[in-house]
Ligand binder design. Structure first.
Ligand code: 13P
Length: 231
């Protein structure tokens, strides 16, 4: 089986007690061959959760970052700070960052350029084919930073309304053939938007789908394991 990715984005939905309890529960998840499990807790609990999951196969990643290195940016978080506590991968451009925190396409793409030129891996979220900066990717991709793309249609996020498998395959295939035409290889493409244990198997095994980026269901242990076991 091809490598599959299950990424849990906990957003800002869990308090400290529930975050740490869920991380403790996740310790019992048994690694499956060719399945990579990653979770993105809120910044505040990253350090604690890294320590809880240190000797497991579950990776901890960041939900976002602001700048590359240290500086006078009140409230910001830099890649170097994330690296210092043991992280090496981040989500970027989630539609909630774009719509609720006013991160413009220009800001997100500037950060994509930064992260592609760092030693951090990145999951770049897009909600339409047109949003993907293919030229920027082509010009900045290098072997130090691994890029993953995640198709997350805004209308499917947190609504219980999953995109149809046909629609997901159509978008993923379009992205995949553009990458191929640019001679860009080995970019996993994830789908996100109301993924749950009942629909995950069909989505994960669809053509040109390499995994799922899960919000709500990843914050519930039974649902998360249901998704993992559905593969
Ligand atoms: P839901 O799974 O809650 O729809 O959220 C998807 C998402 O935004 C993951 O990044």
């Amino acid at each position: 089986m091809k490598q599959k990715y299950i990424v849990g984005n906990w957003k800002m939905t869990l308090n400290k007690k529930d975050s740490l309890k869920l991380a403790e529960d996740i310790r019992s998840i048994e690694k499956k061959d060719n399945v990579s499990i990653e979770i993105a807790p809120t910044y505040l609990y990253l350090q604690d959760i890294i320590e809880i999951l240190i000797d497991t196969d579950v990776s901890v990643i960041s939900q976002n970052f602001d700048y590359e290195s240290l500086g006078s940016f009140t409230g910001g978080i830099s890649l170097t700070q994330l690296e210092e506590i043991g992280l090496s991968k981040t989500i970027l451009g989630h539609s909630e960052r774009r719509s609720k925190f006013n991160e413009s396409n220009e800001m997100v793409d500037k950060k994509l350029e930064i992260v592609l030129n760092s030693n951090f891996d990145v999951i770049y979220c897009f909600d339409s084919y047109e949003q993907i900066p293919f030229d920027l990717i082509k010009n900045n991709l290098n072997s130090n930073s691994k890029l993953t793309l995640a198709y997350e249609p805004t209308w499917a996020i947190g609504t219980g309304e999953t995109a149809s498998v046909e629609h997901i395959v159509e978008i993923h295939s379009k992205v995949s053939s553009t990458l191929e035409s640019l001679n860009i290889k080995d970019i996993p493409i994830l789908y996100g938007g109301s993924v749950n244990p009942a629909n995950s198997n069909q989505i994960i095994h669809a053509n040109n789908v390499d995994g799922v980026l899960v919000g709500g269901a990843s914050t519930n242990f039974d649902q998360l394991t249901g998704i993992i076991n559905s593969i």
